[in-house]
Every structure is written in structure tokens, then in C-alpha cells.
Design a protein around this ligand. Sequence first.
Ligand code: SF4
Ligand code: SF4
Length: 404
Amino acid sequence: MSDSALADRKNAPQHAPAASGVGPPLWLLAELTYRCPLHCAFCYNPVDYTGHRDELSTAQWLDVLQQARKLGAAQLGFSGGEPLMRDDLDTLVAEARGLGFYTNLITSGIGLTDARLDTLKANGLDHIQLSFQDSTQELNDFLSSTRTFDLKNRVARAIKAHGFPMVLNCVLHRYNLPHVDKIIDMALAMGAEYLELANTQYYGWAHANRAQLMPTAEQLREAEAVVERYREEIGNRCKIFFVVPDYFETRPKRCMNGWGSVFLGVAPDGAALPCHAARSLPGLAFPNVKDTPLAQIWYDSDAFNRFRGFDWMKEPCRSCDEKTRDLGGCRCQAYLLTLDPANADPVCDKSPEHEKVVRVVREAAQRPATLAPGEQPVLFRNDANSRRLSDHPANGTAPANTVR
Ligand code: SF4
Ligand code: SF4
């Protein structure tokens, strides 16, 4: 975070928290649109995104930014879909800078022309996160179902030429884990300050493609060893983050640092979300910024309070001496795998349903370690598949996979 953003944050008016002692949100994820020119097999947008077409207007987004800043948020991610699909992105960036946010553009790079970079720079954008699907054209283009590898390379050069700090982001899975060394080489050659190697989290589209994407334990071990070797070799030249997939663990992650703890997401249609996968959960009415003030949403809404604290927990979490460490894990994963979001995340080996996770890992070990693109059918993110999955009760649990 920049010094000016920190200074401004101290001065930002704070909403008085409720008696519960809930602090303010620290970061705001503005998902400006679900529109995207890519069709990634692991897309983190909800599989029923076609059912949420309405987008907030420019004025409504400006109001969200102002309210979030007053509430205390200091970090702001512009995301999507592809946020560059919004013509008003430059206006929103300028407003965010004026309010004192530290701003990050999370993009596939499609539409990031020199002219757009000039304007974003002039309007005060701080940081850009550019996604690649792989270090090879073949796999990058297969996994996004587009021909975008060369364009992304040009965009990466342009980002650096405009003087932006850059995070290269690559989602990892069984197809590209054997390429981790080449992906790191690519990031170094591009001058990225950070490389985020994010192993796939199995929600939404990734859950629908779980059988195809789930790696073997051996692939993961080898990739981690490669990352360690590079870290020793390159020092601070590029900081590499390696996010381990929790299916291979026996304790879950402290998801979003706790429900309603620091993260506030606003979906393209204005739904406020405690995590970007939360709208897949049943029985929760997510408040909308169109008709409810952000402070009321954050402090008082049922959706944001439902999984705060410990009272909602069932056994074994309720009496567990580790509950303050992981807060029972991920509510979305608990729902996807056990059909009850208040259950323990079954990644935990104390969960009576942990065997479901073990079975997935075991099945992954029985498939050939490396797959050529197209070798198994993959369900790509597109409108037709979204409409088909929207009819299914547990979003992301595809009745049958299809090739696009
Ligand atoms: S994951 Fe791929 S398809 Fe999904 S929003 Fe990002 S670039 Fe678009
Ligand atoms: S039982 Fe619940 S609280 Fe305890 S370690 Fe497992 S997930 Fe965490």
C-alpha cells in the first residue's frame, strides 16, 4: 500500500461497529462485470453468471467506492470477468485514487492497449495483475479456449513499459504443473515483480472440471521443489507465491481470513458478498448495494453475520481446540462437498466427511499424470454451459462434461 493511501486511510471516517466488535472491511473487490472474452476452464465466476446480467451503472459504482472508503477499506481490486470490458474503468480508477485507495487491476490483458495504459497511469492506477494460463501457447490457448497467448505477451511488455508494478498470475493444475519452471522463467523474462502460482481452488467452473484439473500429489511435490530452488536462486528479483491446494492437506485454510472479517466483494449486479464464491450458497439472501447502504450490509446484514464468530458451528468444529486458527475452513467448500455450509470443511481430517476429499485425491493419482490438451473433455466457461449448469441444484457439479 502506498504511503498516501495509508495516510488517507487513517483519516477515513469510520462507521461505528456494532457491539459485536466487528472491524471494518480492509479490502474491496469490485467485480465490475461478468463479461469476459476468455472461457477459462477454472474460471472463478459463478457457473450461473448468465443469470446475473444487470450491471451497476457508473454512478452506482462511484457511490460504492465512496461508501467503502468511508467504511475503512483501503485496498481495492478491479476485477471481473474482464474489468476492461467496462468503458468507465478509467473514471472509477480516478475516483478510487482521489479517495486514497491502493488500486489493483486484475485482468486477462485483453483490451489493455497502450492508449488505455496511458489513461490508467494518468488516472492513478497503482498495480496490475495479469493472468496467463501457461508458459506455452498451446496450453494457454486451450485452457482459455481463445488464441490470446501472443497478445498477453505483448500486453506484459506494455505494462512494464508504462512503469507499472506487475503480478503475473497463473492458476496451476494437472495440465501445467509440470511447466512451473518455464512459467517462472517467463515471469522473470517479463520483469514481473511478483508471480502468483495459485493452485486451483475447486469452486464454480473448476469444481465442474475437477476430475480433469486435479493434480497428483507427486506433481505438487515436484512443483514445490522447483519453486523452492528458484526462490534460492533469484532472491528478491521476483517474489513467488505458491498457494497449495487444500485437497492435499489435513487442515483447511482460514478462508478469507474469516467470513465478514476483512473482505467485501461487490458483484457486477450489486450483490454484496463475503467471498466471491458465496453466491453459490443456498439459504442466504445477499444484500444489494442498490438499495442498502454498505455500512448496514457489512455490520447488520444476516448474510455477513451468518458465519461470523463461532456460534454457527456444528461438531466437530464447535468443541475443537483449533477453531480459532482456521475458523472451520471454507463455507463454500463445506457446502459443495457436504451440502451443508455450516459443516466442517471436509478438507479437515476431523470431519466425518473427509473421506470425500481423500477419494478425489486417490482417483487423481490413478489417472495418467500428464494430459495433452483436449485429451479429456473440459467444460469451458461460456453462456451455453452456464445456462445448463444453472439448472443444477449444486452449482458447479456438472451432470456431464462437454467439449466446447
Ligand atoms: S478466469 Fe478466465 S474466463 Fe474467468 S474471468 Fe478470468 S479471464 Fe475471464
Ligand atoms: S474440526 Fe473444524 S475447527 Fe477443528 S481443525 Fe477441523 S475444520 Fe478446524
